[in-house]
Design a protein around this ligand. Sequence first.
Ligand SMILES: [Zn+2]
Length: 474
Amino acid sequence: MTIKLFNTMSRKIEEVKPLIPGKMGFYSCGPTVYHYAHIGNLRHFIQNDILKRMFMENGYEVTHVMNITDVGHLTSDADSGEDKMEKGAARDNKSVWEIAKFYTEEFLKDFDDLNLIRPTYMPKATEYINEQIDLIEKLEKLGYTYEIEGDGIYYDTGKFPGYGKLTGGSLSGNRAGARVEFNDSKRNPTDFALWKFSPKNEKRQMEWDSPWGIGFPGWHTECCAMSMKLLGNHFDIHTGGEDLSRIHHNNEIAQAEPIVGAPWVSYWMHTSFLVDKSGEKMSKSSGEFMGLDAVRNRGYDTMAYKYLVLLSHFQSQLAFSWAGLESAANGYKNIVKRVAEMLSNQNKGDVDEETYKTWHDKILALVSDNMKTAEALVAVQELLRDNIINDATKLKLFEFIDRLLGLQFIDRAKKLNDLKSEEAPAEIQALALERATAKAEKNWARADELRTQIEAAGWSVIDAKEGAKLVKKA
Ligand SMILES: [Zn+2]
C-alpha cells in the first residue's frame, strides 16, 4: 500500500520510499526525565506509536530508537540558564541520578498505560558520552568548532551553508527573539554548544572528562551520536514535537551532514502542540500540572485521552479542555459498548473475508495517507452502523483496528462484559468499571475509595483472573 507523509524538510506530502525495501529505521526524540511527562508531550509519543503501527501493518520491519535525555541540558536554547535535571533534583531533594531513574520509570508507566509499543532501543544520553565525544572530535577535525574560553566548545553555524534548511526562513527569530539571549562571545547568534565546561571550583553531579576538559555534552549532540550508532549513518524517519524542529533538529542536521553527507534523514515528521483554550502551548501554561495522573484522577480511562488525540490530525494544534475529553470519553465508551454486545452475541456468523479485506484496506489506507486517524475513526463508526456486515467479521476488523490504533476496544469490551455478568444495578457496575480502570492505572487510592462505595451499597467486588466480579452481599 502507498504510504504518504508530510515531510517537514520539503514542506510537502511525499510518498515514503524506504532506504532498504521492507525496512523502516526511525528515530524519535524522547523525554527529558526531570519531571512527569506532560499530556502535551505524550501526544507526540502517541502519534509516533501510530506511525510505527501503520508501518508494521503495511508489512514493514520497524527499528525504532527513542532516546532518554538523562543528562542535564539547559532550560534556554541559548546554552545559558539553569540545568533542567539539576533543577528537578533540587526541587525533589534527590540526586540527579535518582531523579533520572525515577522519572524514566514513571515515563515508561505512562507509555505502557497508553498501550504504546516499546521502542527497539531506548538509549540513555549518559551511556553514550564516548560516542558524543567522537562526534565532536570529527566536527573539530573538519573545522566546524571553536572554543569559548571558560564556557565550552561551540559549533560554528557560519561554516554550514545549509544551516536552518529544515525550517527555512523562520530562523531569523533566533537573532531578534526575546526568548533566546545573545551570547556575545559566539561567532554567530545561531551557534550552539557541543561541550560545556563544568564551572571552575565546582563539581557538577554529572560531568565527564573529555579532550577539551571536564564538562558535559550539549543537548543537540546525543540524538546524532545515538542514531548513527543504532540506525546507521542514514535512516528513514526522524520525529519530534513541533518545538524541536527550529533549533534542536536544525542543529542535529548541522552536526550530522558534514560527517555523513546529505540528506542524513529522508523524512522529518513533527507533531503539533496540545494547546489550552487561549491557544498557548499547554506545558507552558500555569496552574495544575497536566500529567496523565490528572486524567486518571478525574476518573477517565487513559484510552479516552488517546482517543481524543486521534480525533485530531497530528499537524493540527489540538485545543485541550475537560469538556472535550468528556465528549471523547463518551464516544470511546459507546464503541466499547457496541463491541461488548458483539462479543456476547451467540449468533455472530462466519467471517466474510472479502468484506474484511475491503474494510481493512479502507481504514489502513486512511492512516497510511499522512496519518488520517480522525477519518479512520469516522470509518470505524460507519463500520459499526453497517447492518449488513455480521458480528464475526466486525470483530475480526476490531482486532485489526486495535493493532493499528492501539485503542484496546476489545480488551475494554471484555472487561465490561465481565462486570455485567453478575447483573448488578447499572450504577454499581459503573463504580466497578471505574475501579477496574483505576486499578489498571495503579491508582490504588481511588480503587480503594470505589470499593468502599460499592460495599456501602451492598455489593462485594471479587477480583478474579478473568476480571472483577460483583456479588450481592448476603
Ligand atoms: Zn533529539
